[in-house]
Design a protein around this ligand. Structure first.
Ligand SMILES: [Zn+2]
Length: 194
């Protein structure tokens, strides 16, 4: 499984193109559909996934669906927040524990509420797409509708820090990191502050 990251839009969101064999999955196409399509190259887009419903992560969904015909899949509990940003209806609503199989790409949905109600991570052995739940030395904001600091810290502790330390984290903004590195040096956790 290969991962290519692109920084898109004015809020510098990370969009990821995950590929294996001839298939690709796009995660969080926030803007700049043309650049995303270029990264996809000649591969078949099997699905367009979003980690949560914020505009900087979903802004290019309509254009990508129109261009590729791929099914759009979004966390069930963030459905309401998609309204106004995305016109196409999700072909599938995602729940905690869902297994997503696209050819040689296999991802598991891990619900990580806190940044938003429906915020979800996508996991494959060795790799986690964390959306705006966990960043390199940071965490997602919790002051927007559906946000909860308590839920966010619980999600990170119970659902992310329980993964293998060498799991690579591809966050929704900023540089990639690992589970072990965040346990050790994320200021919200390393200090014992939460
Ligand atoms: Zn967000």
């Amino acid at each position: 499984m290969e991962v290519e990251g692109l920084v898109v839009g004015p809020l510098a969101a990370n969009c990821y193109v995950v590929s294996a064999g001839g298939d690709a999955v796009v995660i969080d196409p926030g803007a700049e559909a043309n650049r995303v399509l270029k990264a996809v190259g000649g591969r078949e887009v099997a699905a367009i996934l979003v980690t949560h419903g914020h505009s900087d992560h979903v802004g290019a969904v309509d254009e990508l669906v129109a261009e590729t015909g791929a099914p759009f899949m979004a966390p069930r509990r963030d459905l309401a927040s998609l309204e106004g940003y995305v016109g196409v209806r999700p072909a599938r609503l995602l729940n905690d524990g869902d297994r997503l199989e696209f050819g040689d790409i296999s991802l598991t949905v891990i619900a990580t509420p806190g940044h938003t109600l429906g915020s979800s991570c996508f996991y494959a052995p060795g790799v986690l797409f964390s959306g705006d739940t966990l960043f390199a030395e940071g965490v997602g904001r919790t002051d927007l509708p559906g946000g909860s600091a308590e839920a966010l810290f619980n999600s990170i502790r119970e659902r992310i820090f329980s993964l293998a330390g060498d799991t690579i984290i591809y966050p929704g903004h900023g540089e990639r990191t690992t589970v072990a590195r965040e346990k050790r040096s994320n200021p919200f956790f390393a200090s014992g502050w939460v």
